[in-house]
Write a protein of this length. Sequence first.
Length: 384
Amino acid sequence: MAGERRAAFDHLRLEGVTRRFGSAVALSELDLRIEGGEFLALLGPSGCGKSTALNCLAGLLPLSAGSIWLDGERIDGLPPERRGFGMVFQNYALFPHLSVRRNVAFGLSVRRVGKAEIRRRVDEALALVELTEHAGKLPGQLSGGQQQRVAIARAVVLRPRLVLMDEPLSNLDAKLRVQMRTEIRRMHQDLGLTTVYVTHDQEEALALADRLVVLRAGKVEQIGTPEEVYTYPSSTYIAGFMGYRNLLGLPAVTTENGRVVVGEGAFRLTGVPQERVSGPRAVAAVRPEDFRRAGPGDRNTLDVRVEVSEFHGREVAAEGVTEGGHVIHFRLPERVAPGERIELAVPVERVLVFAGTGAGTRAGTGARTGEAAGPADAAGPEEA
Ligand SMILES: Nc1ncnc2c1ncn2[C@@H]1O[C@H](COP(=O)(O)OP(=O)(O)OP(=O)(O)O)[C@@H](O)[C@H]1O
């Protein structure tokens, strides 16, 4: 591997990769093709099988079934050290008694690389993560973000064929997370290292990855570019995960000309069906930011009574309730007062309609967390 800088393979293929723990299936028949040089994010809530998939790839967990291929070579029987992959974990796993330089050099020393070559490559890796000035310090003398950069340098200095990252930023505070995210993306662009990145944070996955694989209970729910998954989630589960905070379970009134009208009483919304909506009920998925205050001539409108409004800097995040008891999350550029009645509008193409029953009203079964509302931690970071 030494001496290679660009993607060291054409593609990596997972075929029917399955991992069971006793009778529980953590990962079920995962089929996936990862192109050399690609940045792929495995995304999903806690327990969906992300780490299991990554550990199967790394060779830390044997497969219960299936195979993994690197171009023509079958690699799932190889021990981790013979796969030539680099790993970065959330807890950094640095040697506390070794300096930054020696931490980064460690893997090369084990591989008996020559001293001069080690020095050159470590210098290069430290420069890449902008830690040259800290080379002599111990990990304990560094901030969390700097420690994570050491962990990244330690992985990339080995020039791995593939870098596997498991929630590498989850121990950092919000500001540092965003900063490091940019650094990881920049490094990927500079080095072209194929990367598989595990996260439960949709924003992180959208920002970093060329492609997302969203898992649900050990199975693939959707694969696509960030734009595809964000704009056209394939299910209410994905929609919930991608910030469609309003998942409104409503009767389907009519379906015609590629549009569906859902609603009850005076509450009507027209949207675009994402699948065949044949049953009496449907789920309308709308992002809070796609609502605006209705103006003259607006058609797709609804009335709400404001209940809560929070100042978020450039905008106000508010919650209102319709006459029928549906809770609506929306965002506006200006403050609204609790108790105020306002009319909201939403473009038809930003109302995605799915088949299913979805959430009821507040008076009914859990308007806030109904069954169609994605995973528990699906809300965007700003909505936590
Ligand atoms: N060693 C193990 N023994 C038994 N069950 C396990 C083991 N490791 C994982 N599991 C189970 O497999 C499922 C998938 O776990 P996994 O760690 O892959 O999820 P994850 O999506 O990475 O979650 P998290 O984000 O919380 O790490 C879970 O139900 C988990 O309880």
